[in-house]
Ligand binder design. Structure first.
Ligand code: SF4
Length: 338
């Protein structure tokens, strides 16, 4: 039985059907968009290395017939992924060295991250966890008690971040149980979710999920992930509006990506569109140097110039902090004070 069916839900909560009906082959998406595989540099070998996946909702926001569409570029397995790239590795941010218990990564003071699932509704080609060994490093139900005990035993932890994969890939029953168990740990003050689902599958933001967030004894901050204003259509805006009412804060993190959002116009439009959707820009990440993603990289000099130009154009609360994650550092490293 599907998670949504188990929850006794229908209509707007019937997101699992839409998930299952997504594009699983890049050629299908390209045919639907009216594009020739050779014209966009499709590589089946790249898709063999990191599977292709995209929701129909996200695909509907792509421009038909445009090989340079910024949304298509984020999900297209490209020949560039197979080129040698010195300095790019399988674990660019030192995730594996920060493992403290099954599914638990602890890097920064006061907060730790739970890798709740390997599943995502779309596969972003630049994802820093595209090579992550989820099978041995995600939170399995059988390990949950031990991992929660490890959190409870660390009095310095005040915040748990649900991550993945995408934590909203979990069905509502599992999320509800996780919220309840985490809320019983006395030193925790807040929860956070890092999720791309409100953007790529807005149907996920159903009434049952909103009640869970609203009823959670700990305040829940939701950090979404959008890189381009074109991702935020009316359906997403509506989902974000509902989400905003149910969570403690609604923020966005983006990745600076060559050919997607590497212009001040694109970044400014994204910030404006986020604000119109009730979301504040939080981080603009320099690319994590994961194998297969080198063609997305923007140089630090260019990134800093963009951040400064953005700061000169927008009010401070619409300017995300340009940061890089460096393995072993006690926090994200700012690149520019804007
Ligand atoms: S949704 Fe997030 S975790 Fe999943 S592939 Fe994209 S960037 Fe990676």
């Amino acid at each position: 039985m599907s998670p949504a069916a188990r929850a006794g839900e229908a209509g707007p909560d019937h997101w699992t059907h839409e998930w299952a009906g997504g594009f699983g082959r890049a050629r299908e998406l390209l045919a639907w968009l009216g594009l020739e595989p050779a014209a966009v540099g499709l590589s089946e070998a790249a898709a063999d290395r990191f599977a292709f996946r995209v929701t129909r909702s996200f695909a509907r926001r792509m421009r038909r017939g445009d090989p340079a569409d910024p949304l298509l570029r984020q999900v297209l397995p490209a020949t560039d992924e197979l080129l040698p790239a010195p300095g790019f590795s399988q674990d660019p941010v030192g995730d594996l060295g920060s493992r403290r218990a099954p599914g638990l990564l602890h890097k920064y003071h006061g907060r730790a991250l739970l890798v709740t699932t390997a599943s995502c509704a779309i596969h972003c080609r630049y994802c820093f966890r595209r090579e992550f060994p989820y099978e041995s490093n995600r939170l399995e139900p059988r390990d949950q008690a031990a991992t929660l005990a490890a959190i409870a035993a660390d009095p310095s932890l005040q915040e748990i971040i649900l991550s993945g994969g995408d934590p909203l890939a979990l069905d509502d029953h599992r999320l509800e149980a996780l919220f309840a168990e985490l809320s019983r740990i006395p030193q925790l003050r807040r929860l956070r979710m890092h999720t791309r689902l409100p953007v790529v599958l807005p149907a996920r933001i159903g009434d049952h999920l909103l009640r869970l967030l609203d009823d959670c004894p700990l305040p829940v901050t939701v950090v979404i992930h959008a890189n381009h204003a074109q991702e935020l259509d009316a359906e997403v805006e509506s989902a974000l509006g509902r989400l905003r009412m149910a969570c403690a804060a609604l923020l966005n993190q983006s990745v600076l990506l060559r050919g997607v959002n590497d212009s001040v116009e694109s970044l400014a439009e994204l910030s404006e569109r986020l604000f119109a959707c009730g979301v504040l820009p939080y981080y603009l990440h320099q690319l994590d140097r994961v194998s297969g993603a080198a063609h997305f990289e923007v140089s630090d000099d260019e990134a800093i110039a963009l951040a400064r130009a953005l700061g000169a154009r927008l009010p401070g609360y619409l300017v995300p902090r340009l940061v890089r994650e460096i393995a072993g550092e006690p926090a994200k490293t700012p690149l520019a004070l804007t």
